[in-house]
Design a protein around this ligand. Structure first.
Ligand code: ADP
Length: 479
């Protein structure tokens, strides 16, 4: 890009200055040549007038003509020119160089002069200007007074080398100036190109830094409006990337921590058994029972993690079919009812209408079970859980209410985060991994729905999911 800018600036600068100097030099040449021709023509005209007044052609050897001849040779000397006078018969009657006196010239310009036409021409090769001026002499016989005829022709040849020389030296100076200007242009073009591409270079540096793993983005102070927009988009993208990277790192560290906890317990339990040589059989049974529980817990964490990763990976692949949501809820409630009964929790289901919707049956079952299981887990013995289903023409609503422990307000936003548990000890006792709500919310979002929580500590919680009846995206069935 820099090279293109330099080349464009140089080309434009040099071409335009070349054209400008050429125009100036040639205009100057034409003007000085025209001036010179005009001066000489005026001079010739003055001589021709004198010749006419002195009736030069009538008597070229007469005294009046001699005076004119002296004038002619004087002016010819001053202007470094040759003056020739040709009479009506094309004979040379006066030559300031005295070279061709008496000779006859039959040339186009002479004939034209004798016809009354003034001409001037420049011979580029010999650098001579030739001016032909007819001498109008008053008629004396048979013609009315005041009329005139051409009695002779004055031919003047002047050297105009000085005009050519001036033009040549001007051309030379302009060429030198052009070279100097080109060098200056080159320096200026490089500086301009460097300045113009600076914001791009800064952007490149920043992008390189990002590819090295740094997510900070320095916005250059002076930049182009278009680049500012691009930088804005990059900043947003980087912020998102940074957040993703942070959450990925957090997730990996949480997963390692969570997976390590049961293993540490198993290690402690087995080590303490091994360290006692004559440990009683009851102790073995008790410790092995604990080890088995820890293994179950590890298993549960791994299963939940797999479910979560799978849900993330298959976000685009919902297996949609039209099902009765009433039946789906009842099926799931049947599965968890024994757990509720163990703790004498009253599990009530209320359906306001028959609802059919296009959902991924397996994934939605997981979400419903998670919500109902939580309502039982985080409840008191003899509490109640109330599940209700309703719909309008667009969505169905599944509400899971309980009168359990509730969730403090400051935790309500975070319970959907992976591994987040309000009461770690309680969650652990009930076999919680902190992944259930995260999986549930993912499933609901994949269906284009949402999940809301309303809770008061000590009074209970209400989770409400809202899911569209028909899936239009994700390869869903229409109808
Ligand atoms: P867990 O496996 O620990 O149950 P979840 O992701 O399902 O993980 O829930 C996250 C946390 O939210 C739980 O540890 C619990 O503290 C809180 N929670 C979820 N549901 C309820 C509920 N119905 N009542 C009170 N607390 C709840």
């Amino acid at each position: 890009m820099r090279l293109a800018i330099v080349a464009a600036l140089l080309l434009f600068g040099i071409l335009s200055s070349m054209i400008a100097t050429r125009v100036i030099v040639s205009t100057q040449f034409t003007r000085s040549m025209n001036n010179r021709l005009m001066t000489l023509t005026n001079l010739g005209q003055m001589l021709a007038n004198n010749m006419a007044a002195a009736s030069y052609s009538a008597d070229p050897a007469g005294p009046d003509a001699q005076v004119i001849n002296t004038q002619i040779s004087l002016i010819a000397d001053i202007y470094d020119g040759r003056f020739v006078v040709v009479d009506k018969r094309c004979r040379i009657v006066e030559d300031s160089y005295n070279l061709e006196l008496g000779r006859t010239i039959i040339a186009d310009r002479v004939i034209r002069g004798l016809r009354g036409e003034s001409t001037s021409q420049i011979n580029e090769k010999s650098q001579l200007a030739e001016i032909v001026i007819p001498v109008n002499e008053p008629q004396t016989e048979n013609v009315s007074a005041g009329s005139s005829s051409i009695g002779a022709v004055l031919i003047m040849s002047f050297n105009v080398k000085d005009v050519y020389d001036l033009s040549a030296s001007l051309r030379m100076i302009s060429r030198l100036l052009l070279v100097l200007f080109s060098v200056l242009m080159l320096v200026a073009a490089v500086l301009i190109a460097l300045r113009m591409t600076r914001p791009f270079r800064q952007l490149k540096k920043t992008v390189n830094r990002v590819s090295e793993g740094q997510y900070d983005f320095e916005t250059p102070k002076r930049t182009y409006t278009e680049l500012k927009d691009l930088q804005g988009s990059i900043t947003t993208m980087l912020e998102r990337l940074r957040q993703q990277e942070e959450s990925r790192q957090q997730f990996v560290s949480d997963v390692s921590h969570e997976l390590k906890t049961p293993i540490t317990s198993i290690k402690v339990l087995s080590d303490s058994l091994l360290s006692q040589e004559d440990a009683p059989a009851e102790m073995y049974r008790e410790f092995l029972g604990d080890i088995s529980k820890e293994i179950d817990r590890e298993n549960k964490i791994i299963q939940d993690l797999l479910a979560l990763v799978k849900a993330d990976k298959q976000a685009e692949e919902l297996k949609i079919s039209e099902v009765s949501i009433n039946e789906l809820v009842e099926q799931n409630l049947r599965r968890v009812r024994p757990i509720a009964e163990q703790r004498s929790i009253d599990l009530v289901y209320e359906s306001f209408r028959d609802v059919r919707a296009q959902v991924d049956e397996v994934k939605l079952s997981l979400a419903i079970t998670n919500l109902v299981e939580n309502a039982i887990k985080y409840n008191h013995d003899n509490g109640w859980v109330h599940v209700s289903l309703n719909a309008d023409h667009q969505f169905f609503f599944l509400k899971v209410e309980d009168n359990g422990v509730g969730i403090p307000e400051e935790d309500q936003d975070r319970i959907f985060d992976r591994f987040y548990r309000v009461d770690k000890a309680r969650s652990r006792d009930t076999g919680g991994t902190g992944l259930g709500l995260s999986i549930t919310r993912n499933v609901i979002l994949m269906h284009g729905g949402n999940l809301k929580v309303y809770s008061r500590p000590g009074e209970g919680s209400t989770f409400t999911m809202r899911i569209p009846l028909y899936q239009t995206g994700n390869g869903g069935v229409n109808g």
